[in-house]
Design a protein around this ligand. Structure first.
Ligand code: FAD
Length: 406
């Protein structure tokens, strides 16, 4: 029977193993991860987990017994160091070599670091792993001032948690908007006001110059305009870079992600890539090659890939969607916002319940919903079905979206 080796035991790696069994794949499955934990969900790490409100047990994607029952061999604290394509093997840092018939790269992404003076001080942290989240949780219980570098999703989730814990918190963002790369200006501006009115101090259009401290611990963040902000915890949330080194070293093409076709295959037909590490042509980006960092992408791509390995190939075309919880602000996004030239609002920003429908050349491309989950679900269905909607219909709350799709 064929052997599938999966490198990376995160959301996408675990889902690949699970989906292969669901698809009836009867061969050997080996799942290799360099973290010490069984595969877990990352979203709670920047939300309930750091306040201590959510239980650790709820993070695991599956209990250990699940992998045993489904005959998935899970190797933890093991790092794949080399792919030998000619031999069809991967080499682990423990010295073990494993043969594959099909190799799945699901190595995810890692936090971008800031090459600034003082970045190595104690108290300057990133958030990607459970180990880092546990550390932040401990520190939050005992800090006076938090500075978050970067006004993206993870930074704002942690910042709003710190504000909820009544810790004075400053977000420093280089751009002139929050989440400017992924949200419409309308939603970004609304969230800026919403965070400020909840007590978060947001500085836009400023760079961080350096971090300084005392006895090896951070005390101050200095911005490029010379201002100093006190901080005994600094979260650096300036985005992630895909883990493509294994693929690069094996001679597989990469460009901000491991390049795969619409069937998620790399340039080598025996090697595929899924999740945060993969860059793939996306029909919801008009066929452009995009790399997405979302739970949806890290579950839908593995399902598509598993079906192909098990014998029923289908191109990947699943409507991208994403969520972020920032304090009481429940944001959900369907589709991809980039490149929209017209947007209309449905619902009531004054009540904190509205959606922004983003159109490009009259075609609906994305819908950002704030505390309006019904709009989000309807939009996903509409985008998936390729249905049409006019800006006038979207803006008219009397127009029944659900009935329109059905
Ligand atoms: P990962 O989950 O990163 O898993 C990759 C694994 O591979 C890692 O364990 C890595 O250590 C391991 N690995 C790498 N190289 C090797 C190697 N050579 N050998 C062995 N193992 C290796 N998405 C949402 O949709 N909504 C959210 O609210 C949300 N919140 C998030 C909050 C946080 C704090 C973070 C970090 C992410 C969040 N995301 C969210 C994004 C989502 O978690 C990721 O898109 C998803 O985890 C990607 O899964 P993955 O398996 O591709 O990568």
């Amino acid at each position: 029977a064929p052997t599938v080796v999966i490198v990376g035991a995160g959301q996408a790696g675990s889902q690949t193993a699970t989906s292969l069994r669901e698809e009836g794949f009867a061969g050997r499955i080996i799942l290799i991860g360099d973290e010490p934990h069984l595969p877990y969900q990352r979203p709670p790490l920047s939300k309930g987990h750091i306040t201590g409100n959510s239980s650790r047990d709820r993070l695991w994607l599956h209990p250990r017994s699940f992998y045993e029952q489904h005959e998935v061999e899970v190797l933890l604290s093991e790092r794949v160091t080399t792919i030998d394509r000619a031999a069809g093997t991967v080499l682990l840092d423990s010295g073990v070599s494993l043969g594959y018939d099909h190799l799945v790269i699901a190595t995810g992404a890692r936090n971008r670091s800031l090459p600034l003076q003082g970045a190595a001080l104690d108290g300057v942290v990133g958030l990607r792993t459970l180990t880092e989240a546990d550390d932040i949780r401990c520190r939050l219980a005992d800090v006076s001032n938090v500075v978050v570098v970067g006004g993206g999703f993870i930074g704002l989730e942690v910042a709003s948690t710190a504000v909820k814990l009544k810790i004075p918190t400053v977000v420093v963002e280089l751009a002139d908007r929050l989440m400017g790369r992924v949200l419409s200006p309308r939603m970004g501006d609304y969230l800026l006001d919403a965070h400020r009115s909840r007590g978060l101090h947001v500085e836009l259009g400023v760079n961080v110059a350096n971090f300084s401290g005392r006895d090896g611990r951070v005390t101050t963040v200095t911005t490029s305009d010379g201002r100093e902000f006190p901080a005994d915890l600094v979260l650096v949330g300036v985005g992630a870079v895909p883990n493509t080194e294994l693929a690069d070293a094996a001679g597989l093409p990469t460009d901000n992600g491991i390049l795969v076709d619409e069937f998620l295959t790399t340039a080598d037909p025996r090697i595929s890539a899924v999740g945060d590490c993969a860059a793939c042509p996306n029909p919801y980006a008009q066929g452009r090659i995009v790399r997405l960092e979302s739970v949806h992408n890290a579950t839908a791509q593995p399902r598509c890939l598993a079906a192909r390995i098990a014998g029923t190939p289908e191109p990947y075309h699943s409507v991208p969607w994403f969520w972020s919880d920032q304090a009481d602000l429940k944001l959900q996004i369907a589709g991809l916002t980039t490149g929209s030239d017209e947007s209309v609002v449905r619902g009531s920003p004054a009540d904190g319940k509205f959606s922004v429908f983003c159109f490009d050349d009259g075609t609906l491309r994305a819908v950002e919903s704030l505390n309006r989950p019904g709009d989000h679900m309807a939009s996903r269905k509409l985008l998936s079905a390729g249905g049409t909607l006019t800006p006038e219909q979207a803006a008219d709350t009397a127009f029944d979206l659900k009935a329109h799709i059905a």
